[in-house]
Design a binder for this molecule. Structure first.
Ligand code: TYD
Length: 202
């Protein structure tokens, strides 16, 4: 396989999409073929699952159901979008992947990490990121940046203690994995972009 999967992680509102767009512009200017995709979602079936997951009226969705739906959306996304793009030698810029599950469903919701790894195996054994950028910012600061009119989705409205566990969970994941590059998301947009490009050596 020739292409590379690059994933972007971090709490809600840390600026992942801005960085993905900037990296995409950079790739375009350099003539590097790429696609942008996201999780949960990215393909037709996976986007349908995303709607269920983020619907703020579905407050009866239990934690294990949430984790299994995310894993299902992921394996379909890998099949429909990620693998075919990598095989076509494209760089895949993906907004969230398995590390979101470990941070949100594992550290955030308290689901056993071994169980999460097991249900994500069908996706993980097909593809893991070449590099993961963790844009790190305390959730208090990230939520303070949101526009007042912003409507929170079901997971975003889970509460500050939940988001704090997610934040600390991400830091723990990064400590144990040298493929996760932690970047201070409070830095100016242009310096974050410069660090990402420097790390990718493209
Ligand atoms: P996202 O689209 O990144 O939201 P935003 O752009 O507002 O940051 O992600 C949607 C939500 O799904 C986000 O709150 C995190 C959550 N999520 C999980 O809980 N587990 C996962 O494995 C993934 C991929 C996302």
């Amino acid at each position: 396989m020739l292409g590379k999967l690059i994933t972007f992680e971090g709490g809600d509102g840390v600026g992942k999409s801005t960085q993905i767009q900037l990296l995409a512009q950079y790739c375009k200017a350099k003539g590097i073929e790429y696609i942008i995709t996201r999780e949960p979602g990215g393909g037709k079936i996976s986007e349908e699952i995303r709607k269920i997951l983020l619907n703020k009226d579905d407050d009866a969705c239990i934690n294990d159901c949430e984790a299994l739906l995310i894993a299902a959306a992921r394996v379909q996304h890998v099949h429909d979008i990620i693998l075919p793009s990598l095989q076509a030698n494209k760089m895949v810029l993906c907004d969230r992947y398995v590390h979101s599950t470990f941070a949100y469903q594992g550290y955030g919701r308290g689901i056993d990490l071994a169980f999460l790894k097991a249900i994500n195996m069908p996706a993980m054994e097909k593809v893991m990121p070449a590099v993961t950028f963790l844009l790190s910012m305390h959730p208090r600061d990230a939520f303070a940046r949101k526009n007042k009119a912003f409507v929170f989705d079901r997971i975003e409205q889970a509460g500050s203690a939940f988001h704090e566990r997610v934040y600390n969970g991400y830091l723990k994941l990064a400590e144990d994995d040298d493929k996760i590059i932690t970047i201070d998301a409070t830095l100016p947009i242009s310096s974050i972009h410069a660090s990402i490009v420097a790390r990718l050596k493209i």
